[in-house]
Design a protein around this ligand. Structure first.
Ligand SMILES: C[S@@+](CC[C@H](N)C(=O)[O-])C[C@H]1O[C@@H](n2cnc3c(N)ncnc32)[C@H](O)[C@@H]1O
Length: 268
């Protein structure tokens, strides 16, 4: 916790807003997508306000759910190391994406309109619902290792008519090493499971063959620990990476050839 506070203070010191950004690509992304002009209550009920209301409902129905399931935890070396019983509401509250981040994920997906999306770490589908609403036409593949969470997630999808999602119950490495993904399979990737340095860099390397100019990769919790910060620094330096944006919780990575290499630290 102390480490994260120090890290956040450092972030505040270095972070900027759109006025310090000269890249038109990043300036537009910040002003037209990151900064949410429509988040205030809208008496007319804009399309975006309606989508936010669906995200809220999705979360509310999980937070109300006091049923319990046995969860499979994934530990170091990706081995299953223990089992335990948890309430659905507790899983949603502790491991799910926050309401503000779900709205941001919705806006990013809506802004880039990726045809294909891969989510690594799904749990109960809070982030998936934002990805799906952001581009309902996208083909979405999502990975979750715990079969009982995956079952609950499917039930939520049925309740909220989330139909265009392929949920794969798998250990991440097994899937990523054997699935032979192509660029057309995962234009936007949300990395949200197993926040260790080794795992993050491993997924990064395994997915590099899929990059294209339109790839958008979002890494969650890049300042979680010194190790994960090291992984983020290595990713930034990778020769194929051009633009990165550090928003403290997320690190967003682009591989656009026309951009010169530049790293932005942006306050949301
Ligand atoms: C932080 S949660 C995902 C939260 C979700 N994106 C959301 O917004 O609600 C990470 C999930 O990844 C799964 N997970 C972690 N490591 C894994 C691994 N190596 N293989 C498969 N699943 C894993 C966990 O079971 C957990 O449900």
């Amino acid at each position: 916790m102390l480490y994260q506070i120090k890290s956040y203070l450092k972030f505040l010191w270095y972070s900027k807003n759109e006025h310090a950004v000269h890249s038109p690509f990043v300036f537009n992304l910040i002003t037209k997508c990151f900064y949410d002009k429509e988040s205030k209550p809208d008496p007319g009920g804009s399309e975006q306000a309606k989508q936010y209301a669906i995200l809220k409902e999705y979360r509310k129905s999980l937070l109300k759910n006091k049923n319990t399931i046995e969860v499979t935890d994934f530990g170091a070396g990706f081995k299953v190391f223990k089992s335990n019983i948890r309430q659905i509401s507790e899983i949603a509250r502790t491991a799910g994406i926050s309401p503000k981040r779900a709205e941001l994920l919705f806006r990013i997906t809506n802004y880039f309109q990726p045809n294909t999306i891969l989510e690594i770490g799904t749990s109960l589908g809070l982030a998936t619902s934002a990805l799906e609403l952001g581009n309902p036409k996208a083909k979405i593949s999502i990975l979750e290792g715990c079969p009982n969470k995956a079952n609950q997630c499917q039930l939520q999808f049925q309740k909220f008519n989330v139909n265009n999602v392929e949920l794969v119950v798998t250990e991440f490495n097994n899937y990523l090493e054997n699935c032979h993904l192509q660029p057309e399979n995962c234009q936007l990737i949300f990395f949200n499971g197993n926040h260790s340095k080794t795992a993050t860099l491993n997924y990064f390397e395994l997915l590099l063959p899929t990059i294209s100019n339109d790839s958008v990769w979002i890494f969650n919790h890049i300042h979680w620990s010194p190790e994960i910060e090291e992984a983020w620094e290595i990713i930034k330096k990778h020769p194929k990476v051009t633009v990165t944006i550090d928003t403290f919780q997320w690190g967003i990575v682009f591989f656009r050839k026309e951009q010169s290499k530049e790293h932005f630290v942006i306050r949301l």
